[in-house]
Design a protein around this ligand. Sequence first.
Ligand SMILES: Nc1nc2c(ncn2[C@@H]2O[C@H](COP(=O)(O)OP(=O)(O)OP(=O)(O)O)[C@@H](O)[C@H]2O)c(=O)[nH]1
Ligand SMILES: [Mg+2]
Ligand SMILES: [Zn+2]
Length: 301
Amino acid sequence: MLLDPKQAQRPRRLERFSALTRQAPGSRFATQVLAANVDTLLIVTACNQEFNVGRIERYLALAAEAQTRPVLVLTKADLAPGIATAPGPGPAPGNAPVQGPQSFIEQARTLGEHLQIECLDARDPHQLEPIRKLCGPGQTVAALGSSGVGKSTLINGLTGLSGEAGQQVGEVRGQDNKGKHTTSSRSLHPLPAGGVLVDLPGIRELQLTEAGDGIDDTFAEITALIADCRFTNCRHTNEPGCAIAAALAAGKLNKRRWENYRKLQGEQKVYDQAKADRTKRDGQRSTSKKTQRRLDKEDQH
Ligand SMILES: Nc1nc2c(ncn2[C@@H]2O[C@H](COP(=O)(O)OP(=O)(O)OP(=O)(O)O)[C@@H](O)[C@H]2O)c(=O)[nH]1
Ligand SMILES: [Mg+2]
Ligand SMILES: [Zn+2]
């Protein structure tokens, strides 16, 4: 956010306009704010076994709920399987299996035709131009993803800092490319052009909080189908006139996406219930405190 220069002198806290939140690890209802006032969320994932469309959908729901613009950044394009030009005859033309970074881009494209996808080698600052464009004056851009995918590498490429002056980057494990949680705290990095970058520690688990609407927005084709079910309380199991069942049978709805939608909405229900129970318990506790205070007062008279 840009500060009014007249106001910039006086320190004061502005209202948050958005927050990316998850369930605090190990808790069923406590909320942890990952970052606030983020204009663009870089969902960072790598062109290796870390890549998982279901996980990306979870991040997209998080961004949608916070009304933050998501950009999918596929790092390690230079290491994508099949990228090396093997000697010998290649596959027959027209019949070539999709290989290299393109196969990851194609899978990611199924997540939304308008989703901005950048596939790159995060170590090469020249390839970061499309991301640099997102970091103009007044823009806050955060990088989120698993450990080892290259978030800090990206941040360093954008700030132009390295070594002691930059963010520490860490080697990944040889056998499965997993990171070692090199970044352990959140940090803000102002850019000379006026934007601000946020580097975040690698995410182990992303359990959403109040993200029902974000999930619905992320799976817009499913939300539209549900509106066409004959019964408003359709459970999409075997009710007559179920638009979901019809779309699945006709191959018009991606089964994997439907299953992930159900999974995320199921988790949402569990969270909402745990939160409602907790609020009720707290309410009861405060009532009993109030009653206790009244009794204490009566005792004094
Ligand atoms: N070949 C290649 N290596 C990369 C790329 N991006 C990052 N790396 C390497 O991947 C390793 C992990 O990078 P980091 O930037 O530390 O990853 P991170 O996402 O910040 O990890 P945490 O801080 O643990 O969450 C380092 O060895 C980087 O040099 C890339 O696009 N291509
Ligand atoms: Mg890092
Ligand atoms: Zn239905």
